[in-house]
Design a protein around this ligand. Structure first.
Ligand SMILES: [Zn+2]
Length: 885
């Protein structure tokens, strides 16, 4: 076949294509629809160079995102091959857009195509013969996502050339792509970051300042913005989910760049193990499109094409996440980056760039000593045209295999684990967690049933109202992946997370059942927060009680704090009106104002408030009124970004601790609690960002020097609460010489978890672990476990002596067994709590959030005696100062 870049007489070639497609599919097609010739492009459309004033990929020049949208809008205005749509607003108010590119005829009947793809995706309503007929009438959708990582700038430039070509060229190639497919282009999956990165780049031109934006380019998640494909916390992730669900692409092309020491471009196949829950057809088409691109890149003389890397299909939080489970192929391209975004990378030793040994994974090593932004643009364009061509040529097969056969495989044969249904007991210790889990299933269009009678399944009795989530449904594979536990199947270290068990992360009791569940059920139409109502107000001297088990108590406590409502917590178990309440129960004097706040806050999370005629006569604490919370997050610290999201989501009143806070006076006069999220080193605090490279805008992240470091230690000794998570435990240990030492060997050969859920035993009498179960897994991912080395280390939680792994992967169990995870210390007048494991990892392990937030408010709290709590006598004045006793 003629090379596709050349313009040749189209009619004969198109006829040849349609003949081969008929031969490939066994069903007759409806030629009137798909074989229509493409009308000639007549529009007068500016080239990107004419529009932006420079060639895409020109050294030192980047088209800004708003201008890219302007260009795409202008092309859509002129061309009947291009349609522009606004999807919605991003986290920071930028526009998330999508552009559909196809023949005018396909664009005209896009609704019909969508309806056909929707019907294909539910194999229960369609026989294979009908599905073949539907596939013949539809056209495949190629989802092209230009950037999700905002510093990977080349792809966002390339799309302007790509759209221009498809809108203006009359060639064999455009004829094939536009008549045989619909391109759904998302110019950026993270528009906020596109704006930040290019603005920063332009603003720093001609200065000595660093050119690359140094902070989180998505407000909360930064570079983790492609790690949100199970919880869909960010609006941008939900837009992508919505596009996938509506349009049912057969291929999702996610354009990335990688570092610049390796191959020049990575294309699938991927390396490593795959989950048996990823449809085989999804995996196979990902590999096929990658190989098609490799051949085209090679044929064009583009060297340095690598494959078989990135163990991504196992782990759900990885770039692919939810999407391949729908059957879509995931075509990830990773192109080597240039220097400072837009300047040439030159070889240091004068030799060619990248690895130089030819292998089957890198047939032709790159042979030049320079790599430019223009190279990135050209590689991106070839890889994209190739992917489009592959889908256009194989559309009918991909529609059938990826949209129809993939879900049918599981709906008919069941999932590999053999689980027929996951049963969610109606009685849960955390109803809010149960809601959040079911809501995520609902968002991904999983069908959830609710039992209308009590029943027995898997040897256990369940009450009426329990949920049954069956695996024999179109997304049964996703159900099994999300609700089951994982055993990583080989002894190679996982590329990243080795599990994403939602029940274990959120704290929900879910039972896998291997036989069909026989009970009458209703389909759940929408998942709602459990309905609760306020109890009758108790008499004077009475109190409202909120149990401490749910992480839904965090927004409730935050709301009480914000309204400055006097709030106690019982330090011991007690009984009231025949009900036992655990240590940590919130005790709120029953004022009308408290009632108003609790009414709203408890309804938001479905937590039942109860009323007691009198407060319990046990020891406890009173939360400090308006506790001043600080988050010392550092520049570009993603765990801190996720923590900001959690705090904003839950209404926690906090400030980011900045270098300016260290400049005068004492930290204790500004903050009660300072949280060090995962990944804050002494260097981050002391050195921080270099003022010579980053101007005033980033002054908050400058280093605070040795003097600031000492101030942080004084903050604790003067009564502050310091909470350190993950690697930051070592920072706190160094700051205050805490009596603990690392328990885990550094060597991956001896100990490794990837990211996994490990069992944990809690001392629930300790304030830090109030409301936790006696045992439940925590997330451990490349951070430390600890051994106390002397008195003064109160161990709050430990890994068990055996059976440590709950879900995922564990090498070297003996090293972690019996070691300490959460430890609390009194230091001077202050409190330190160290969390060796990442208890807030990417906002996922919500079942362990209370470990952090108990201490956020509990650290600065005042102790109250039994008589004082029974009498609801505050220890603090409303302004936060202590009354004299
Ligand atoms: Zn990337």
């Amino acid at each position: 076949m003629a090379r596709r870049r050349t313009t040749v007489a189209i009619t004969a070639a198109a006829a040849l294509i349609s003949t081969s497609l008929v031969a490939a599919g066994s069903q007759a097609r409806s030629p009137a629809v798909r074989d229509a010739a493409l009308p000639e492009a007549t529009a007068d459309i500016a080239t990107p160079e004419e529009f932006f004033g420079f060639e895409m990929g020109a050294e030192g020049r980047l088209a800004a995102y708003p201008d890219v949208l302007d260009y795409l809008r202008s092309v859509a205005q002129e061309s009947d091959r291009v349609e522009y749509e606004t999807v919605g607003e991003t986290t920071e108010g930028n526009e998330y857009a999508t552009v559909f590119i196809s023949s005018p005829e396909n664009l005209e009947r896009l609704d019909e195509i969508v309806a056909l793809n929707q019907r294909l995706s539910d194999p229960r309503s369609t026989t294979p013969d009908e599905a073949k007929e539907l596939a013949a009438r539809s056209v495949p959708i190629y989802h092209l996502e230009a950037t999700v990582h905002s510093t990977e700038v080349g792809n966002g430039q390339a799309i302007n050339d790509i759209v221009h070509r498809l809108a203006t060229e009359d060639s064999e190639f455009t004829e094939e792509v536009l008549t045989q497919s619909v391109i759904m282009l998302v110019p950026s999956q993270n528009p906020d970051g596109q704006v930040k990165v290019v603005d920063h780049f332009d603003r720093t031109a001609g200065t000595d300042l660093a050119r690359v934006y140094p902070d989180l380019y998505q407000k909360y998640t930064g570079h983790d913005d492609n790690r949100d494909w199970t919880m869909f916390t960010q609006v941008e992730a939900r837009y992508r989910l919505g596009l996938t669900q509506k349009y049912r692409p057969v291929m999702t092309h996610i354009m990335h760049q990688q570092g610049n020491s390796g191959e020049r471009i990575f294309v699938p196949p991927y390396g490593g193990v795959t989950s048996p829950n990823v449809p085989a057809n999804s995996n196979a088409s990902s590999s096929a499109v990658g190989q098609h691109a490799m051949r085209d890149l090679t044929a064009e003389g583009k060297k340095g094409v690598g494959t078989d890397d990135y163990h991504i299909y196992w782990t759900l939080e990885q770039p692919v996440g939810f999407f391949p489970f729908t059957g879509t192929g995931v075509y990830l391209t990773e192109i080597a980056s240039a220097t400072d975004l837009a300047y040439p990378q030159r070889s240091k030793d004068g030799g060619p760039l990248g690895p130089q040994t030819p292998t089957q994974d890198l047939i032709q090593p790159y042979d030049k000593d320079t790599w430019t932004l223009r190279d990135i643009v050209e590689y991106a364009e070839t890889a994209t045209y190739s992917g489009m061509e592959y889908v256009a040529r194989n559309g009918e097969d991909l529609l059938y295999d990826n949209l129809y056969s993939a879900p049918r495989e599981f709906a008919e044969n069941g999932v590999a684990s053999g689980v027929e249904a996951y049963v969610v007991d109606a009685d849960q210790r955390d109803p809010y967690a149960t809601f959040e889990m079911l809501e995520r299933l609902d968002w991904t269009q999983v069908e959830i049933d609710r039992a209308t009678e009590p029943f027995t399944a898997g040897g256990r009795d369940f009450p009426e109202g329990s949920y049954v989530v069956r695996t024999r449904q179109p997304l049964g594979n996703w159900v099994d992946q999300l609700l089951g536990t994982d055993e990583y199947p080989v002894d190679d270290l996982p590329y990243a997370e080795a599990t994403t068990s939602l029940p274990l992360q959120l704290g929900v009791d879910v039972v896998p059942v291997s036989a069909p569940v026989e009970v009458p059920t209703d389909r759940v139409e929408s998942v709602e927060v459990p309905e609760v109502s306020m109890p009758a107000a108790p008499p004077t001297g009475g109190a409202y009680l909120v149990r401490p088990e749910s992480y839904g108590t965090i927004p409730v406590a935050a709301a009480l704090q914000k309204a400055n409502i006097t709030t106690f917590r019982a330090g011991q178990e007690f009984a009231d009106a025949g009900t036992t309440y655990p240590a940590g129960t919130y005790v709120v004097p029953a004022t009308p104002q408290a009632r108003r706040v609790l009414d709203t806050a408890s309804a938001d999370v479905g937590l039942q408030v109860t009323a007691a005629r009198s407060a319990p006569a046990v020891e406890g604490i009173q939360l400090k009124p308006r506790t001043r919370v600080g988050l010392l997050r550092g520049a570009n610290n993603m765990p801190g970004g996720w923590d900001m999201w959690v705090m904003d989501e839950y209404g926690v009143d906090y400030d980011v601790v900045g270098a300016q806070d260290f400049q005068s006076g004492r930290l204790i006069d500004v903050y009660d609690t300072i949280v060090l999220p995962q990944g804050i080193s002494k260097d981050d605090v002391v050195e921080g960002l270099d003022p010579a490279k980053y101007d005033e805008e980033f002054a908050w992240a400058y280093g605070v020097g040795a003097k600031g470091w000492r101030k942080l230690a004084q903050f604790v000794r003067q009564g502050g609460t310091l909470l350190a998570v993950g690697d930051s435990v070592a920072t706190a240990q160094e700051l205050l010489d805490l009596p603990i030492e690392p328990a885990l060997p550094d060597d991956d050969e001896e100990f490794a978890t990837g990211g996994s859920l490990l069992n944990q035993e809690f001392d629930t009498s300790d304030m830090v672990a109030w409301g936790m179960p006696e045992s439940w897994p925590v997330w451990l991912y490349d951070t430390q476990a600890w051994t106390p080395t002397g008195p003064g280390a109160d161990v709050v939680s430990t890994y068990p002596d055996q059976d440590v792994l709950a879900s995922g992967y564990l090498r070297g169990e003996e090293h972690v067994a019996g070691t300490a995870n959460v430890v609390s210390f009194d230091v001077g007048k202050g409190t330190v709590v160290t969390y060796g494991s990442e208890v807030t990892f990417r906002s996922l392990p919500r079942s362990s959030f209370n470990l952090l937030y108990n201490a956020v408010y509990g650290g600065p709290a005042a102790e109250v005696g039994a008589t004082q709590l029974a009498g609801l006598r505050p220890a603090f004045r409303a302004d936060g100062t202590l009354r004299s006793r």
